[in-house]
Design a protein around this ligand. Sequence first.
Ligand SMILES: [Zn+2]
Length: 306
Amino acid sequence: MSDPISCSPLFKLSPELRIKIYSHLLTFPNPIHLRQHVRGTPHTALLRTNRQIHSEARAVLYDLNTISLSRNDFCLNTDPVLQTPVQTQHVRHLRFTSFGESLACNFLLERCAVCRDDARGLLGVLVGMPVLRSGTIDYSTQIANFMRFRQLAADEGGRSTTGGLTVTCGRVGMYRVRGAGMDQVDLTFAHRPLASMWPDLATLSRSSLSDSEEETALARLRAQDPDVPDKLWLVLWAAQHGLSAAVLGEQAAGAWVEESELASMDGEQRDAALHRFTVVLQTFLKAHTAVQCRRYLNALRESVGV
Ligand SMILES: [Zn+2]
C-alpha cells in the first residue's frame, strides 16, 4: 500500500516551492523555544509529518529563526531531560534570555565550566556551534555576574597576546564580544530593557513635544515595558534642563556623555565612556520605581515652572 503522505500534492511541487511554503509557515517574529510545538501555532506539526518533510522543514526552521536558550541547556551538571531538545549544529541565531547559571549549578557549591563566571565554557560551546552567526545574551537580571565576566575578560585580554577576549561597550547597555574564536559570530551581551528603550527615549527627548504628544509616546513605550520608560525619561528630561545632578547625584551625573563627544573619541575612550554611563543607568534603574520617578519628574517640573 502506498504511503498517503508520500502521495501528497506537496511532493509534486519543486523542492524550491516546498521550501517557500515551509518558510511561510515556520518563520516566527520572536525567538522560539524549541519544544514539541511552538506555542500559538499549529504549523510546527508539519515537522512531524514524515522524515523527508522533517528534514527539509527543520533546516528552514533553524535558518530563519532565533532560538531561545539558556545556560541551563548547556550545563554539564543538568540532566538532559531538563534541557531544550536543540540540535546545536543547526542553530544560526540564538538568544539567551538570561546570563544566569543553571538551577543545578546555582544549587551546587562547584559550578560546571559552562556556568562559571569567566564564561569560558559557555563561549567554548558557542564557538563549537558550526553555523552560528549571531547571539544575544540578556544580562539584565545578572548584572553583577556580567560585570565580573567583563572584568575577567579585561584582565585576561590585557595579558594575552593572541586570541584575547575583548568585551567592548558600543552602545548604552550593549557590549560586543570579540576574540577567543568568536570572530565568525556576532555575539552581544545586552541589558535588554535599557538597550532597547534608550535610543527611542533619547530621540524623543530631543524632539519638541507637546504635553499630550509626550504622554502618548510614553504610554506606547509603557505598553512594551511598564517599568523602564518613566525612569529613563526622568534622566533624559533632567539632562535637557541641566538638572542631571539632582537626579543622578553629582558624581554619577559626570558620566553623562553626549553623542557629539562620542564621535570625537577613539575606540578605547568610547568604550570606557559608554561603559561608565551604562553602569550609572543600570544602577539608577535598580534603585528607583517608575512611580517614584514620575512623582519626582512632576516635582522638578513644578520647581522650574515647565
Ligand atoms: Zn552548570
